[in-house]
Design a protein around this ligand. Structure first.
Ligand code: KIV
Length: 270
């Protein structure tokens, strides 16, 4: 039984998200399975089935080897748990190399899952792909700034928007994505001055991660913000829970009690 009523009581629509700009900050979190999607459902407007699951759940060092099969499997699970929050499918690396391939793969997402939109990393150079999807009835969430799928090509995770040229480039990227029909844009790993300029330039909502406060919403990776992912901790992550500590204490207690035969005690016996 849940301990309190969720904040949101009916399914969040794309229109509600678009209309939030300038009215109310948008909340978004990642989820990878039904168990956690159920816990988050209705507390945040949006749930992203991020390809970050390839790192935190699958143990890989970056997101690049995530596959369509893997993402579809997890998205089905999340949709089973999320009846209120708007669910977004993160298109994995290599699944949208050209407009035709992107359309085939994104159509598969709509046919096989209940995700309401797909997310695509890339700026102006991906506008033709976004345009093909949106003109075929697929809702697209853009993603610019630091793009984890470019980590190998960029030689690491690099903060963007540090000078005027880069800020101008990011604003142009955002405008191209908006023109191509994206309904919102994730802005990751940029200086606040840049995310502010982008947010003011476009009429669609911007959702920041490591992008400061001058945006229309925030997203965090659940395993980071609840302290379960210990491999590294980006500066922008606020830990709302020290999950790893609680789990490690609990597993140690369980193990000790089994070894000492104090579990199961009488109250856990038939
Ligand atoms: O994969 C993911 O979790 C993401 C977020 C970092 C926005 O793309």
């Amino acid at each position: 039984m849940s301990i309190h009523k969720p904040k949101i009581d009916k399914k969040v629509t794309l229109t509600k998200i678009v209309n939030s700009k300038g009215v109310e900050p948008i909340t978004m979190i990642t989820a990878y399975d039904a168990l956690f999607a159920k816990l988050f459902d209705g507390e945040v407007e949006m749930i992203l089935v991020g390809d970050s699951l390839n790192m935190s759940f699958f143990g890989k060092e970056d997101t690049l080897s995530a596959t369509m099969e893997q993402m579809i499997y997890h998205t089905k699970a999340v949709c089973n748990g999320a009846s209120k929050s708007f669910v977004v499918f993160d298109m994995p690396f290599g699944s949208y190399l050209n407009p035709n391939q992107a359309l085939t793969n994104a159509s598969r997402v709509y046919q096989e899952t209940k995700a309401q939109a797909v997310k695509i990393e890339g700026g102006s150079e991906r506008a033709d792909i976004i345009q093909t999807l949106t003109s075929n009835g697929i809702a697209v969430l853009g993603h610019i700034g630091l793009m984890p799928q470019f980590v190998r090509a960029d030689g690491g995770y690099k903060v963007r928007g540090k000078d005027k040229n880069d800020i101008d480039k990011l604003v142009q990227d955002a405008l191209s994505i908006e023109k191509a029909g994206a309904f919102a844009i994730v802005i990751e790993g940029v200086k606040e001055e840049a995310s502010k300029a982008i947010t003011e330039a476009v009429s669609i909502p911007t959702i920041g991660i490591g992008a400061g406060n001058c945006v229309d919403g925030q997203v965090l990776v659940w395993s980071d913000m609840f302290g379960f992912f210990e491999d590294f901790k980006p500066k922008f992550v606020k830990e709302y829970l020290n999950g790893a500590k609680y789990i490690k204490e609990a597993i140690r207690n369980y193990s000790d009690e089994v070894k000492s035969k104090s579990f199961p005690s009488d109250e856990y016996k038939y």
